[in-house]
Design a protein around this ligand. Structure first.
Ligand code: ADP
Ligand code: AMP
Length: 220
């Protein structure tokens, strides 16, 4: 968990890959639905574009579907979910049914100025959704192509400064109470998300290793 631009996607992808776990990012799922112009994607568009939250029932439906098979695998890393207290309650019910309790809630702390800076230079592939940090790239970005699929890289419509500000407000109002709820449950591990991707990654690994029992999460 953490504000937009904290590095959730970057870090969750790496941690999940190394653990052989599934990486479930609700933002990625919603953008994929939008690219495919499914009913869900078309319903989500106005929320994504305006930087507000997609209704809880829509997001919970998506996650429930994707977690249904998670009982057998090597677990999962949730990214960008839950973002409201109602989603956290819905997640509790889903995980109870799967007998797969949360092991830890990793929170990435980062200053607002850093977020605005990172998001103004984030480039996202229009075809597959891969994410690049444009900062420091020497070439003209409009010529850049996705290394994964050759698609065109562009700025996400919700990474414009005004929309980023709205998303930060939404994070404070809707998602910080969720973090407080997990804090009361003793699940939160806070990590400073400034510094290099590798440094943040090491802090996350230390935070999990020091605090989570191996094999916790029963039956997974
Ligand atoms: P989130 O999923 O939290 O919105 P991302 O993982 O997409 O954030 O990261 C936002 C942007 O910042 C991306 O362009 C990413 O490449 C870049 N980024 C991620 N972590 C770092 C870091 N530690 N230092 C600098 N840039 C970073
Ligand atoms: P993200 O990719 O996590 O930055 O999310 C981008 C946008 O997708 C958000 O601004 C919301 O509009 C929507 N979204 C992603 N995850 C959720 C969620 N858990 N609940 C509601 N909306 C979400």
């Amino acid at each position: 968990m953490g504000p937009p631009g904290a590095g959730k996607g970057t870090q969750a992808e790496g941690l999940a890959r190394d653990a052989g776990a599934a990486h479930l990012a609700t933002g990625d799922m919603l953008r994929q639905a939008l690219r495919e112009e499914t009913t869900l994607g078309l319903e989500a568009r106005r929320y994504l574009d305006s930087g507000t939250l997609v209704p809880d029932r829509v997001v919970l439906g998506l996650v429930a579907e994707r977690l249904a098979g998670a009982g057998e695998g090597a677990g999962f890393v949730l990214d960008g979910f839950p973002r409201t207290v109602a989603q956290a309650e819905g997640l509790d019910a889903i995980l109870d049914r799967l007998h797969a309790p949360l092991e830890a809630v990793l929170v990435l702390d980062v200053a607002d100025e850093v977020v605005v800076e990172r998001l103004s230079s984030r480039r996202t592939c229009a075809r597959c959704g891969a994410v690049y940090a444009a900062a420091g790239r020497p070439t003209h970005l409009e010529d850049d192509r996705c290394e994964r699929c050759g698609g065109t890289l562009g700025v996400r419509s919700d990474d414009q400064p005004d929309t980023v500000r709205r998303r930060l407000e939404v994070f404070r109002a809707e998602t910080e109470p969720v973090i407080a709820r997990y804090e009361r449950q003793g699940l939160v591990r806070r990590v400073t998300a400034e510094g290099s991707v590798e440094d943040v990654r090491q802090r996350l690994i230390d935070a999990i290793g020091a605090n989570v029992r191996p094999g916790a999460g029963g039956g997974r």
